[in-house]
Design a protein around this ligand. Structure first.
Ligand SMILES: N[C@@H](CCC(=O)N[C@@H](CS)C(=O)NCC(=O)O)C(=O)O
Length: 209
């Protein structure tokens, strides 16, 4: 079987890189050049066939191609015999609730920063949006604190006493905010630090250095 992840740096592809390391799967990581239409760039024809938006991540498993980081995490979990996403109707639904919250609420203001700082064409960037994005991020963090009890104590995870891919989603998103120099509560940074100590995360970080 051939398994390939396309990504760049600490972007959303890092979630999938980390998850692949947790799963212990044999895979190749191909770092792309952001925005370039040259060979190896995220806008080159060869990559656009796999990901029509020219975004990362993309996972290719033999001839099967999958985009969207949350869907890729689900697929990696399936390849790993379901070791990273809880089973049982209610436990699974709670995982889905948190994963959806991260990708549709918590990370969106961060992506607004990214889009208006560097990702979209300059003529569409709006400086004034940053204040709104900051406010939205704080609001989402406030909600998050009601959904999960974040604690950086050893063996404490977002959904209880075992590690799940929800921990990757949260830790990567907190780190994203930190990199963008957006105010993040200390408890979120402590949680990130604890998760980033995991050997799989350390391995994934080494791949993007
Ligand atoms: N919903 C997608 C979002 C993918 C996405 O926007 N990725 C960013 C990097 S974090 C990207 O590739 N941006 C390039 C661009 O906007 O041209 C996912 O979660 O995979």
């Amino acid at each position: 079987m051939s398994l390939t992840l396309f990504g760049f740096g600490a972007s959303r592809s890092f979630r999938c890189l980390w998850a692949l390391e947790e799963a212990g799967l044999d895979f190749e990581y191909i770092p792309l050049t952001f925005g370039s239409d040259e060979a190896g760039g995220s806008q080159c024809d060869d990559y656009l066939v796999r990901n029509p938006q020219g975004k990362v991540p993309t996972l290719q498993h033999d001839d099967f191609v999958l985009t969207e980081s949350a869907a890729i995490l689900n697929y990696i979990d399936t390849l790993a015999d379901g070791r990273f996403i809880p089973k049982g109707a209610k436990a699974r639904a709670k995982y889905d609730e948190l994963a959806s919250f991260v990708v549709t609420e918590l990370e969106q203001p961060l992506w607004t920063f990214g889009k208006h700082r560097f990702a979209i064409p300059e003529e569409y960037r709006v400086e004034a949006i940053f204040e709104t994005a900051n406010w939205e991020f704080k609001k989402a963090l406030n909600t998050l604190q009601k959904l999960v009890a974040l604690d950086s104590a050893p063996n404490h995870y977002a959904l209880g006493d075992s590690f799940t891919f929800a921990d990757i989603l949260l830790a990567q998103t907190f780190h994203w905010a930190f990199r963008f120099e957006i105010e993040v509560p200390q408890e979120c940074l402590d949680f990130r630090d604890e998760m980033f100590k995991r050997p799989a995360c350390v391995k994934a970080l080494a791949r993007i250095e």
